[in-house]
Unconditional design. Structure first.
Length: 135
């Protein structure tokens, strides 16, 4: 029962938050940037259901990563580490593959930081770490 309340429930809640945040940002705020950039590359922006499922899996993996990080770090440290691991590294790879529309970063950077912060906050408040650094 403690596992459900202290581990599984916060992971599910953070996964839901991350999924909603990603969907709103990429489908409502940035969709035009993505589709136009892909069209310029002669590609079609992937919007099939399988792509949504993979983003759901990414959200779960990101939430689990944040949970693990939050076990030993403060809210601020967890937020920064999660943001760097989840977004900066992804943008480096997408930029290297030339499929990242750099114009989105003005919107994506602050919103992704908010996403990482809220997910980190969920873990710090609902499933505190070892107590040495998280308070």
């Amino acid at each position: 029962m403690n596992f459900l309340r202290k581990t599984l429930a916060p992971i599910i809640l953070a996964t839901m938050w991350i999924s909603i945040s990603e969907f709103v940002r990429n489908e409502f705020l940035l969709k035009q940037y993505w589709t136009e950039h892909y069209e310029k590359l002669g590609l079609t922006f992937p919007t099939e259901p399988i792509n949504g499922a993979i983003w759901g899996l990414w959200s779960l993996c990101f939430a689990i990563s944040i949970y693990v990080i939050s076990r030993k770090f403060t809210l601020f440290q967890t937020t920064l580490l999660a943001w760097f691991i989840g977004f900066v590294l992804m943008w480096v790879v997408l930029g290297n593959m030339d499929v990242l529309p750099f114009g989105i970063l003005y919107i994506a950077i602050p919103l992704s930081m908010l996403e990482a912060f809220v997910a980190s906050f969920i873990f710090v408040k609902l499933s505190p770490g070892d107590g040495k650094t998280n308070s």
